[in-house]
Design a protein around this ligand. Structure first.
Ligand SMILES: *[C@@H]1O[C@H](CO)[C@@H](O)[C@H](O)[C@H]1NC(C)=O
Ligand SMILES: *[C@@H]1O[C@H](CO)[C@@H](O)[C@H](O)[C@H]1NC(C)=O
Ligand SMILES: *[C@@H]1O[C@H](CO)[C@@H](O)[C@H](O)[C@H]1NC(C)=O
Ligand SMILES: *[C@@H]1O[C@H](CO)[C@@H](O)[C@H](O)[C@H]1NC(C)=O
Ligand SMILES: *[C@@H]1O[C@H](CO)[C@@H](O)[C@H](O)[C@H]1NC(C)=O
Ligand SMILES: *[C@@H]1O[C@H](CO)[C@@H](O)[C@H](O)[C@H]1NC(C)=O
Ligand SMILES: *[C@@H]1O[C@H](CO)[C@@H](O)[C@H](O)[C@H]1NC(C)=O
Ligand SMILES: *[C@@H]1O[C@H](CO)[C@@H](O)[C@H](O)[C@H]1NC(C)=O
Ligand SMILES: *[C@@H]1O[C@H](CO)[C@@H](O)[C@H](O)[C@H]1NC(C)=O
Length: 518
């Protein structure tokens, strides 16, 4: 009898304990700010969320928070690229500098794309077949772009390159900054299918598109545009997620196949993004990688200047979206907490380990190309682009909204040929400085903090820059990196996206049109 009583008391304790645990989990969940479960949505809810997120994303990031510490390490003649000019609100709306409406922006974009103007060509000479082209994908993060430009300005031999800025957001402040570059040739190209210029229609957000989280039956009942084409996870397209892949693809097509100045170009094309930062010897390193590849690895299609020591954060959004699909609520909360903990940890050590990687004998590695490891400071030429173009369907029809995973899928499905191989330098020459801005608004992680870390790191590594020789190791890559992709991350199920992607490859080379300004 007493034994039984004891057992029931124990049972009460256990139940109370579990209850406490549950309350705690609920409390920590509310701090994380989880997405609402897909089942409890109303259409209006989702549309409102999408729009407000859109607004946040489209806001031009152009703050004046470059710290004295950072400025101290930037040569004075380059401070001009970091100077934020306040918008002139006192000027009248009819002023020439007033913001343009969408009709005007579309016109301007078309005009600039047709003109194909190369700034500073008169000073630095015409584009040659072997000129290194540096393609920079730009959205709205102007603060980071300023620092990228400062880093490019300090790179040796930058005056022999062509910088191609590819924009998916038209803004006079961005344009003025880009056109103020005076250290090499510059060209601007404008992605013509942006959300900015298509706010209420595909490829932007059409009001009659299905909400992301609608179920198939609901969508069919709603008769929304793309009801029959959810992605492999059952979600409908989100314009802002598809834009990056479209823009990447359009830019590559534009540069290799459509510009007049690249007709006959056989040189290297370097792919950068607005929040990257380069080392002063990156062009030297590029040439060294090229000659090493020619000698020891002629089949290395891709060169890579940046390497992550760990694949962190870059795809955290993707992974979150994917991972949490099949988890119940408590598992989701745990996953979110775990991710937050990891993120904090990684930003702390992230840049501190790099200096050990630079050593007197510079190491390069030859390994199968992998999207998330080798997507930063990637380099290839027209020959390789032609190989990619031959399999464009693998890129355009693959249900994944990440350009790099789509390219990996293509790489793994080359009939009769091996995966792309990459030759990369283990001491990175390209850094990702933009990690902070998006995910760490609330913590004390700002652009200046990261840039200052990279600056110091490059100063410490100065004696190892401009190596005269390098040693190559050949690696088969880890099991994880050789694993064949089975299915994509989704977000690219809409046939309109696949069709637009395919359409971009059908445009031929276009001669420059000359404009006469009155
Ligand atoms: C969504 O926006 C509409 C129109 O702007 C507004 O009437 C409605 O109250 C909003 N709904 C929510 C849940 O915020
Ligand atoms: C930007 O910051 C600098 C110093 O921190 C200051 O001198 C300058 O006036 C600021 N510019 C604007 C537009 O706020
Ligand atoms: C702002 O606009 C007014 C009127 O056009 C002009 O007088 C003034 O110089 C402008 N200020 C700046 C900082 O450009
Ligand atoms: C703006 O325009 C009005 C007339 O439309 C004029 O009176 C005013 O002086 C102008 N302001 C500036 C700053 O140019
Ligand atoms: C856009 O602005 C221009 C003048 O800058 C004007 O002529 C045109 O009508 C405007 N278009 C729309 C759709 O508002
Ligand atoms: C560049 O390539 C084109 C096409 O192959 C060729 O006609 C042209 O002569 C080359 N230009 C130079 C400077 O080598
Ligand atoms: C382009 O790159 C490939 C692969 O690295 C190489 O084999 C080829 O020689 C390069 N083409 C030119 C014209 O340099
Ligand atoms: C960013 O960090 C720097 C250095 O850590 C600090 O001086 C500056 O005040 C910070 N700026 C903001 C806006 O938090
Ligand atoms: C692709 O091109 C075809 C033919 O020009 C056109 O009918 C179709 O609307 C285009 N699709 C998209 C999504 O742009």
């Amino acid at each position: 009898m007493p034994r039984l009583k004891y057992a029931s008391i124990l049972r009460v304790f256990v139940i109370v304990g579990l209850l406490c645990l549950w309350v705690q989990i609920m409390l920590s969940a509310s701090g994380v700010g989880m997405d609402k479960d897909g089942d409890e949505f109303t259409v209006q809810d989702i549309i409102n969320t999408t729009n407000s997120e859109q607004y946040l994303q489209e806001e031009l990031m152009n703050s004046n928070d470059t710290s004295e510490q950072v400025l101290a390490l930037v040569p004075p003649e380059l401070h001009k690229y970091l100077t934020v000019h306040p918008r002139n609100n006192s000027a009248n709306a009819t002023d020439r500098t007033s913001p343009k409406n969408i009709t005007d922006i579309r016109k301007a974009i078309q005009m600039y794309n047709e003109a194909q103007t190369i700034y500073n060509e008169d000073i630095f000479g015409p584009v040659q077949n072997d000129t290194i082209i540096i393609a920079i994908q730009v959205h709205t993060r102007l603060t980071y772009l300023r620092h990228l430009i400062v880093s490019l300005a300090q790179a040796k031999d930058i005056d022999r390159t062509l910088l191609v800025f590819s924009h998916d957001y038209y803004d006079e402040e961005i344009n003025n900054l880009v056109r103020s570059i005076d250290f090499t040739k510059v060209m601007q190209i404008f992605y013509p299918y942006s959300i900015q210029t298509h706010p209420n229609e595909f490829p932007g957000i059409d009001p009659f598109d299905c909400p992301r989280d609608a179920k198939l039956e609901q969508a069919i009942k709603l008769k929304c545009n793309n009801a029959l084409h959810p992605d492999l996870h059952g979600h409908y397209r989100e314009a802002k997620y598809t834009q990056t892949k479209h823009h990447w693809w359009w830019k590559a097509n534009r540069i290799f196949n459509q510009l007049q100045c690249t007709h006959g170009h056989t040189g290297m094309v370097v792919f950068l993004e607005e929040d990257h930062y380069v080392a002063e010897d990156f062009i030297h390193m590029l040439n060294l990688l090229r000659t090493t590849a020619d000698r020891t690895c002629p089949q290395c299609e891709i060169l890579c200047l940046g390497t992550y020591l760990k694949t962190y954060q870059y795809h955290s959004n993707t992974d979150k979206r994917k991972k949490q699909l099949n988890l119940n609520y408590i598992q989701q909360v745990r996953a979110a907490n775990e991710e937050r903990r990891k993120r904090l940890q990684e930003t702390q050590w992230n840049y501190q380990v790099y200096p050990n990687i630079y050593s007197a004998v510079q190491k390069v590695e030859i390994t199968p190309w992998h999207s998330s490891m080798h997507n930063m400071g990637m380099v290839f030429n027209k020959t390789v682009w032609n190989d990619i173009m031959a399999l464009q369907e693998q890129f355009c029809a693959y249900d994944d909204y990440n350009w790099d995973y789509s390219l990996l899928h293509l790489s793994q499905n080359r009939p009769g040929r091996e995966k792309f191989k990459v030759i990369l330098c283990k001491g990175p020459r390209v850094f990702h400085i933009g990690e902070c801005g998006i995910h760490h608004k609330k913590s004390n992680c700002n652009a200046s903090t990261v840039i200052s870390k990279v600056q110091k790191l490059l100063q410490n590594a100065k004696q190892y820059m401009f190596p005269t020789r390098i040693t190559a190791t050949i690696s088969a890559g880890g099991a994880k990196h050789n694993k064949k992709l089975t299915k994509g991350n989704g977000g690219w199920g809409d046939i309109r996206d696949q069709e637009l992607c395919a359409n971009m490859t059908k445009v031929g080379r276009q001669m420059k049109k000359y404009f006469y300004y009155s």
